[in-house]
Design a protein around this ligand. Structure first.
Ligand code: MG
Length: 203
């Protein structure tokens, strides 16, 4: 399985990183070794002094598909989740400046937090999902999927032009503003509405 991540999908996050607004979604991948094992803490890697949290809504693919039309994209997922795309921001900035790929700053071991999964039918409107990240019990990121530049179905249509989607693949749909550095002993909790999707410790 693969983790497909969308970058720059929320306007306010683009401005906080002073990035350019893309004309198409920005895509990158993480390998399955990036998944943080359940109930494990996240260990800040020694190659970074500035690891940022990026809370993101997740979508799990449940049918094989290629060149999926956005009209039919809803048939390719049944479950919604929430996770973190941990990013070694210092390393990413250096790589970006040199015009090099981001991979090592984004796809390292433990960089993908995947919380619980919930049937999409339990949500009234997937295009208006409120979600948030609490760091040490204070809200640091809060948005709704309404703020996305590309919605879930458009993302699936775009991604599937390049990559065949397979059962079990997971899409990270991008982070809103409020990204920030994590420190040892931080606790991070992710919510969709009032429902807790993950709770992890930073070491
Ligand atoms: Mg991200």
């Amino acid at each position: 399985m693969k983790l497909i991540c969308i970058g720059r999908n929320y306007a306010q996050h683009i401005s906080e990183l002073k990035s350019e607004k893309p004309t198409d979604p920005v895509i990158f991948l993480k390998p399955d070794t990036a998944i943080l094992l359940k109930k494990q803490p996240f260990f800040i890697p020694d190659f970074s002094n500035e690891v940022h949290h990026e809370v993101e809504v997740l979508v799990k693919i449940n049918r094989v598909g290629k060149y999926i039309d956005s009209k039919f994209a809803h048939k390719y997922y049944e479950q919604i989740g929430l996770g973190i795309d941990f990013t070694a921001r210092d390393l990413q900035q250096q790589l970006k400046q040199k015009g090099l790929p981001w991979e090592i700053s984004k796809a390292f071991d433990g960089s993908a937090v995947i919380g619980k999964w919930v049937s999409k039918s339990s949500f009234e409107n997937l295009n208006k999902l409120p979600f948030s990240l609490l760091k040490n019990n204070e809200t640091v990121q809060s948005a709704t999927t309404e703020d996305m530049l590309w919605g879930i179905d458009e993302i699936i249509a775009y991604v599937s032009k390049f990559f065949t989607l397979k059962i079990g693949d997971i899409i990270f749909t991008g982070t809103p503003s409020g990204v920030g550095k994590v420190e040892s002993n931080d606790s991070l909790k992710g919510y969709i509405g009032d429902d807790e999707f993950f709770s992890i410790k930073v070491k």
